[in-house]
Design a protein around this ligand. Structure first.
Ligand SMILES: [Zn+2]
Length: 287
């Protein structure tokens, strides 16, 4: 006889007992994600989340007391009630009870905590809310100050310094960092910021002049020249490079210089022609 409507979210508290052994368990079902809490589940599809109960069942068989104690409208209400009952009856400290915690977050072991966290994070709405809250906390001046003070304090510790240095040297750390960097560089806001900064720099004539002088100076260095010539020779030995180069030349635009009366193939060749002394001479000679 089911007095509770099926397939409806009805969180509830329950009591399980092995009366002849005088062992008890008081708990609550309130999940709504992977399994919807409903009193009809108790000892049909739901057998508590306690591993102590699981062990006890395996050893001594099924309980003879299976009782729904109270139903609630939401998770918060049932959790508060469960916590209150466990605390008031001092259940976690009583050896006749299989409950090892009072249901509060602090009393849970790491396994139970991670299970609850996972359940919560499975809900996209809760996840988004938690990430937002975390970001907001991390953006407060107090948090930043605390974090910076903490890391400064920790940096004073030679052991900690050594550990961090070792971690940073690990290939997986380096890989992770470069991956994060690449990802950051691809973010639209970062891209926009970088390009804006670069544009600002290059719009500064002094910066531009200095950079061009530096570039020219670097390119005129014998070792740089040798390197470029060597690498282009090496490249030219690669048949696929040669093929690509020839193909791109085939499609290169052809320019005609009116002053010099000659055809020039390729944009870069055309540009260097315009800069050349030969062309400049002819330019002066044009009426
Ligand atoms: Zn010309």
């Amino acid at each position: 006889m089911n007095i509770y409507p099926q397939n409806q979210y009805i969180p509830y508290t329950y009591l399980i007992g092995w009366s002849k052994l005088d062992r008890w368990y008081y708990g609550a079902e309130y999940g709504s994600k992977s399994k919807i809490a409903n009193p009809n589940n108790l000892w049909n599809t739901y057998f508590t989340s306690s591993k102590h109960v699981k062990e006890f069942r395996e050893k001594y068989g099924e309980p003879d007391i299976i009782e729904i104690r109270k139903t609630f409208i939401d998770e918060e209400a049932v959790r508060i009630w469960e916590h209150k009952v466990l605390k008031r009856m001092n259940i976690p400290k009583d050896e006749r009870w299989l409950n090892k915690s009072d249901g509060s977050w602090n009393s849970l072991n790491s396994e139970e905590r991670s299970r609850i966290s996972k359940e919560r994070m499975a809900d996209p709405e809760i996840k988004a809310r938690m990430i937002k809250a975390q970001k907001e906390t991390m953006n407060t001046p107090e948090y930043k100050l605390k974090k910076s003070l903490k890391s400064k304090e920790m940096w004073q510790n030679p052991e900690h310094r050594k550990k961090i240095k070792q971690i940073n040297k690990k290939p997986e750390t380096i890989e992770l960092k470069s991956k994060a960097q690449k990802e950051a560089q691809n973010r639209p806001d970062v891209k926009a910021k970088n390009s804006k900064q670069l544009k600002e720099k290059w719009s500064n004539t002094e910066f531009k002049e200095q950079r061009l002088i530096l570039q020219k100076e670097i390119l005129s260095r014998p070792e740089v020249k040798a390197k470029i010539s060597k690498s282009s020779k090496e490249l030219w030995l690669d048949p696929s490079y040669r093929l690509r180069n020839l193909e791109s030349r085939k499609n290169a635009p052809v320019f005609y210089c009116e002053c010099c009366k000659r055809f020039i193939k390729g944009l870069s060749n055309w540009k260097s022609h315009l800069r050349s002394n030969k062309h400049k001479k002819n330019l002066i000679g044009v009426p």
